[in-house]
Write a protein that binds this ligand. Structure first.
Ligand SMILES: [Fe+2]
Length: 310
């Protein structure tokens, strides 16, 4: 079973930039194209919050259009702190789990291979997340229903501090209450999150927790305390989770943008290293030399990969 996880699209209507600089509608469409191009195509896709940037109806309407345009697979979404439940229901009510009238947008996808437990950590009007008593009870009850079935938890706010101070300050509150529930349910295979706009791995109780990078802008890696947050345009990417009952959950990172390659490995051995002759040694002509075939030469420089033909 393959599950693509997109997060933190921060979608804006076409032509409007998030934070006045990030063309998130184009980046979201680029990410959806990348999911559709995967081979094999995933069985499902989850979006772990911050679907929209300002929670305007137009932003959810655009997401609905983009999903229909690019994907033919089940899509499961939860809110992030930039989302609003009512607007999500209005624009995306056709998606599984969003059609009800409950206070929260949480639900369970009962896939016989791997249960997906979609959690709602949103506190409307605040940047931090929380699982109140009602939501904790939903989580505990859902896991208790089928203690022998492996479960993947999807939530926006990470349930651990990652060391980036300004993000930890708006992380999940009441992390201990969450951890206590995970501790009681060893079938929790993984907790996957968004919110931090960086790839980070951590742990809660016995479960691995992975934070996915955004498919739009990323957050600067800043572990020095007291420094304000800043965006960086590192490559957009998303995790592709591969579930097998024999090996559990294995996660690959998919880069959204196109890069050179794939290049088949050369059957010729690499040319020998050319060393300068030492003083007194007989000058001899190199025996190796560059291969005559047109082989791409790849080197790093200026912050990007450069390729030239030899
Ligand atoms: Fe975000």
């Amino acid at each position: 079973m393959l599950i693509a996880q997109l997060t933190d699209l921060h979608l804006r209507p076409a032509g409007l930039a998030a934070y006045r600089m990030v063309d998130t509608s184009a980046l979201a469409e680029q990410a959806l194209r990348a999911v559709a191009a995967l081979d094999p195509v995933p069985d499902a896709m989850v979006i772990s919050g911050d679907l929209a940037d300002t929670a305007a109806d137009e932003e959810y309407a655009l997401l609905s259009v983009l999903l229909r345009r690019h994907l033919r697979l089940p899509v499961y979404v939860i809110p992030g702190n930039h989302d609003r439940r009512a607007a999500m229901r209005t624009g995306l009510g056709h998606l599984p789990g969003l059609g009800g009238s409950g206070r929260f947008l949480h639900y369970v996808v009962e896939d016989p291979r791997l249960r997906l437990i979609m959690l709602d950590t949103l506190v409307e009007g605040a940047a931090h997340g929380e699982l109140c008593d009602e939501r904790l009870e939903f989580l505990d009850r859902s896991l208790a229903e089928f203690p022998d079935r492996p479960a993947l938890l999807v939530m926006h706010h990470p349930p651990f501090a990652c060391g980036i101070g300004h993000m930890d300050a708006i992380g999940l509150r009441n992390q201990e209450a969450f951890a206590a529930i995970i501790r009681r349910h060893p079938q929790v295979e993984r907790v996957v999150c968004g919110h931090n706009h960086r790839p980070v791995i951590g742990r809660v109780a016995q479960a691995t927790v992975s934070i996915a990078p955004s498919v739009a802008h990323q957050m600067e890696l800043m572990l020095r305390p007291g420094v304000a947050g800043a965006m960086v345009m590192e490559p957009p990417a998303f995790p592709l989770h591969r579930w097998t009952s024999a090996k559990g959950l294995v996660t690959h990172t998919v880069y959204v943008e196109s890069y050179p390659g794939p290049f088949p490995f050369q059957t010729q051995p690499s040319p020998p290293v050319q060393t300068a002759p030492r003083r007194g040694e007989e000058q001899s002509k190199p025996q190796g030399g560059r291969p005559k075939a047109s082989v791409p030469h790849i080197s790093a420089g200026g912050g990007c990969l450069r390729i030239r033909q030899r």
